[in-house]
Each structure stands twice: as structure tokens, then as C-alpha cells.
Design a binder for this molecule. Structure first.
Ligand SMILES: [Zn+2]
Length: 467
């Protein structure tokens, strides 16, 4: 590593001495004063990433994610040395949302919306947005802006969930702001810096820096303004011209040229998924998403799906801070997601493509829906579940039942388990809490296994809600 950098520095020196003077005029970027440490950036970013991944459905497609990651790695490797922070861990994930947006968090986590990949006309345009985002991270704009006492605002689409903020308090206090996603609405000065550094990164990585400017045009044309990328990254007046001017001062590294066929293949693949939900729809659904990688609750392997039958003895659990009591087979264990609780036998859960997957078991959760009518609220929940499970289908109507003595609806859905590829039956039972939120139980087992019916019935009957 050391040798390689020395060599690059040497080559750069030689190159500069033989290049025309204009090359030397590429804009220099100075770091802003920052009272936070690099470790603070990392810590903040981790917290925010965990929050983000519980609020946004990640696209579970290893090919798409791997592709975005490969473009991202290429850009990160091209960050000018002055702005490299070896401690930062850049990684790239795709959010299954239609809005043309992307965001990066301090220290490196980055999320690209599916809508952004679909809107870009070329890989270079997509890379342009990513290079811009990487620049905010590399320049530590989040904590620099906080140093000035300016506040973090919350990501456009998910606004309203909470609003807390880096401004005055120390980083430690951020941990107490559970539902916030810390995203900056950057000042135009920072935007220009991210555009300039972004163009340098583009050129170093072998992309035409003008594609960064082109992408801003594409975003404007496709309506990424209100609530989208341009509201989080407000345009300096002459953004397009400014980037193009800088581009003329840069030499594109042509040794790493890449063709656009892979980008075309990825776009084609995304079209096969149908329409992604908007951030607003995701927010309205109130659905929380598993963050298996962060909670550390999941074995890092796909579930085998081979499990023991439910024990006939039961064990009581208090969940949701004692708000709900439930009794489950004693050979099942409790697994906590962000906002739902699973009870599963050994072998029935694990990670697949970075996501928590369950083959057998029961889970409980609370959903914020916009509907007071139980059936409509349930339908809303089903729609949001379907966003993360492409094969989920309703396979019957609603039946009335009771849960904890209150009116409840029972419906059966079918699904193909991602990890095992086997068809599974998903029973959903919903009822309403006093505050209007929807409380639900989900029971999952493969379609050809009938040995779980009794256990599911017993669990449903055992539910006691104290709200
Ligand atoms: Zn920006």
C-alpha cells in the first residue's frame, strides 16, 4: 500500500511537470474547521445507518447491490489522498424506493435509491451522484456543519418521524434520538465543494466528470426536485456550468475505462421488479425493517429450514416493554428485530443476502397505518410487507377472529422463502391498539408442513395486550 501510494505520488509529480499550466488550476478544496473527531463521524454514521436500515426497505438483490458496490469502490479508491480517511468504511446499499435520491452518512455508509439507478442515463451519471455523496463524507461535511451550530435536517421522504439533531449537543446525545435519520441539508457552499471534489474523483476513477453535471440535469428533468435529491442537495446557481468548467481542468484517467453494458443489464433487471414504492408510501406504512447485520442476533448463514417440531411445553414472554404477554413453545427462542419480535426454533432463521430470513416461527409487531378501519389498515400492512417480499400473495379473504379479547382479522398469504426457495404459508392476524396502531402476529411455516398449526393456534390464544 505504502509503495503504491509513493509511486502514484511520484507519477503525479512527473505528470504535473509536463502538463499544460491549466491543469494546475484545478480548484483546491480546503477543509472546514471541525470540532468532532474522525471517530465521531464513524460513530454517528453507524447509528444513522442502523436507523436508516430499519426505516427503508433495502433491495434484496445481490447482483444489483454488488454492482453498485463495485462502482462505489472504484470511486472511493479515487479519492484524492488529502481527503482519504483510512478509518472510514465506505459501503453501498440499494433502497427499494422510487424517488430519485441517494444519501451518504458520516464515516461512509451510503444508500442509493432504486429510482436513482433507474433515472440515470449512463453508469457515469449514477457514478456522478455517488462521487458527489462520497465527497460530502470525505470532506466530513456533516460534522463540519454541526461545528458551525447548523442543524441536521431529516431526509425529505422520511421527515416527520422525528427531528433531532446534531447542532448543540455532543455526539453522545445522539444516541437518545431513536427515530432520527441524520441527514444534512447542505449549504450551497458545501454543495459546490462536493461537486468539485466529486468531479476530481470522477476523473481519477476514469469517468467523464461532466457526467456529474449531466446527472443534475437528468434529476431536474425527471422531477427529483421537491422532496428528492435536489432538496437535500440544493443547487448552487451555476452548478452545471461550474462542474463543466472544472471538468476542462481535469484529465480523465483512461486506464480504467469501463463499458456500459453492465449498467444496461442492471437497469433491465430492475425493470423486472415492477414499480418501487415512494419514500412517502414507505413512511406511511410505518413498517420497520430488519437490520440483521447490525443487531448481531442472526447467525451469519441462511436458515437450513430443518427444525424440530414445536415442544408441547410453553414458556411465557413479556414483549414490547411488557405491553404484550405471549406464550410460545419452550424449544423456540426470542429474536429481536428493530420493532418486531420473532419466536423461532433452531435452524429456522439466519441471514440471506444480508437480510434476516425466517422459515418457521411467529412474530409480533406494531405498524403505524394511516387507516382507522381494521381491514383497510391490514391491507396497508400487507402492501408494505409485499414491498420487501416480491413473491408475497394473498391467498384468501379476511376472517373475523379475536386476539386478546378484541376483534381481529385473520388472513392467509403465500410466499416463496428467499433462502430455501420453498413455498410457505404466512398467516397474518391483526388487531388495533387503543392508540390506533395496528398490532399484528405473523406465523410462518413451509406449505407442506402441517405440524405447526397447533402451536400457532396456542400462541394466538395466549396473546395478552395491556395497552
Ligand atoms: Zn450534496
Amino acid at each position: 500500500m505504502f509503495k503504491k501510494q509513493t509511486l502514484i505520488a511520484w507519477i503525479t509529480l512527473v505528470a504535473i511537470s509536463v502538463m499544460p499550466l491549466s491543469v494546475l488550476a484545478q480548484t483546491e478544496i480546503k477543509l472546514h474547521s471541525n470540532k468532532y473527531s474522525v471517530q465521531d463521524d464513524i460513530k454517528l454514521g453507524r447509528q444513522a445507518a442502523q436507523e436508516a436500515e430499519s426505516q427503508f426497505p433495502l433491495l434484496r438483490d445481490e447482483q444489483v447491490r454488488g454492482y453498485v458496490e463495485s462502482v462505489g469502490r472504484r470511486l472511493v479508491a479515487a479519492i484524492p489522498q488529502d481527503f482519504q480517511h483510512p478509518e472510514f468504511q465506505y459501503y453501498f446499499k440499494v433502497v427499494n424506493a422510487r424517488d430519485i435520491n441517494a444519501f451518504a452518512l458520516p464515516g461512509g455508509p451510503m444508500y442509493v435509491n432504486r429510482g436513482m439507478i433507474e433515472a440515470a442515463r449512463t453508469e457515469g451519471e449514477m457514478a456522478g451522484v455517488m462521487a458527489h455523496e462520497i465527497s460530502h463524507v470525505a470532506l466530513r461535511h456533516g460534522t463540519a456543519q454541526a461545528t458551525k451550530g447548523q442543524k441536521y435536517s431529516i431526509l425529505g421522504g422520511i421527515a416527520g418521524i422525528a427531528g433531532t439533531i446534531l447542532g448543540g449537543p455532543g455526539v453522545g446525545q445522539l444516541a437518545q434520538a431513536p427515530f432520527a435519520v441524520y441527514l444534512l441539508k447542505f449549504s450551497r457552499e458545501y454543495e459546490t465543494e462536493a461537486d468539485i471534489l466529486g468531479s476530481h474523483i470522477m476523473a481519477n476513477a476514469g469517468y467523464d466528470p461532466r457526467d456529474l453535471a449531466n446527472m443534475f440535469r437528468t434529476i431536474e428533468q425527471q422531477g427529483g426536485g421537491g422532496g428528492g435529491f435536489l432538496s437535500d442537495h440544493p443547487s448552487p446557481n451555476d452548478r452545471y456550468a461550474r462542474i463543466n468548467r472544472e471538468a476542462q481542468l481535469l484529465r480523465v484517467n483512461t486506464s480504467t475505462y469501463r463499458d456500459s453494458r453492465e449498467f444496461a443489464r442492471i437497469q433491465e433487471r430492475l425493470r423486472g421488479y415492477g414499480t418501487a414504492p415512494t419514500m412517502a408510501e414507505i413512511q406511511r406504512s410505518g413498517q420497520r425493517y430488519p437490520v440483521g447485520e447490525q443487531t448481531g442476533n442472526y447467525p451469519n448463514n441462511p436458515p437450513s429450514g430443518r427444525v424440530s417440531y414445536p415442544s408441547s411445553s410453553y414458556r411465557n414472554y413479556n414483549i414490547f416493554n411488557g405491553g404484550v404477554q405471549v406464550s410460545v413453545p419452550s424449544n423456540w427462542q426470542e429474536v429481536n428485530d428493530q420493532n418486531s419480535v420473532w419466536f423461532v426454533p433452531e435452524g429456522a432463521y439466519g441471514q440471506y443476502n444480508g437480510q434476516a430470513v425466517y422459515t418457521h416461527g411467529a412474530s409480533f409487531g406494531v405498524a403505524q397505518t394511516s387507516n382507522r378501519d381494521l381491514q383497510r389498515a391490514t391491507q396497508e400492512l400487507i402492501n408494505s410487507l409485499a414491498q420487501g417480499n416480491n413473491n408475497l400473495r394473498t391467498s384468501g379473504g379476511y376472517q373475523r377472529t379475536t386476539m386478546s379479547g378484541r376483534t381481529a382479522l385473520f388472513t392467509t398469504l403465500s410466499n416463496i422463502n428467499e433462502a430455501t426457495g420453498r413455498p410457505e404459508s404466512v398467516r397474518l392476524i391483526t388487531t388495533q391498539l387503543r392508540n390506533g396502531q395496528l398490532f399484528y402476529m405473523i406465523a410462518v411455516a413451509p406449505q407442506n408442513e402441517s405440524g405447526f398449526e397447533n402451536a400457532f393456534q396456542n400462541i394466538l390464544r395466549s396473546v395478552r395486550i395491556n395497552d
